[in-house]
Write a protein that binds this ligand. Sequence first.
Ligand code: SF4
Length: 225
Amino acid sequence: MVRAMEYGNYREKNRTRCIRCAECCRRNSPALHQEDLPLITQKNLGRSTLILYRRGEPAMDNVMGTPVLLAGEMIKIKSADTGHRGCLFLDLRSGHCSIYGSRPMECSILECWNTAPLMNYYQENRLTRADIFPRGSAMDELIRMHEEQCPVTELSSMLQQEINTPGTLREEINSLLAFDDSFRQGFQKKTGAHEEDMFFYFGRPLKDLVRPLMDFMKLNPDSGT
Ligand code: SF4
């Protein structure tokens, strides 16, 4: 079997065009950038297909290939639920992208044999909820309220303290997780929002971030969370 590194070297030396092997789509899904906004407004990408990673969350960096703590929010296409960890829109049987004509900018500029264009673009102009929901709209107000009351960074600080001195902040952590839960339930009840759209509006529930954050902190004790 050809090892991953050998294959990577082979690819960089010998490829000059996309042969639609779908290797990149199988590994991860793209983050959205300002240029991708029309894909949302024109409904090529439904809200249920997207996931928000909030500031302070650990997320896979597609260029570095390792998890990093996000300095700002990032909206991505969801990963496939089954079969592989890659993009929701990859049809595993055919190896084709089911939205190829409307694929996000990261997919359009990725050249697996030359990653420089993607590296230069990757951190630039990430799409955020502020680009989608007009300032002062009801949704904008709710997003701000949720960010103020349930920031990921606050959960991280509390968890860090719990790691350092176990038992000190357990109640505060539980009450933050409960508040986040009730905020989401209240939103769904009032607006009738679909369950699968909630990851786009408010990201993953805080209770689902406890394990990934703890794992990240343990693996990266100098991460400054
Ligand atoms: S949107 Fe299409 S091209 Fe982009 S990662 Fe997903 S399957 Fe691949």
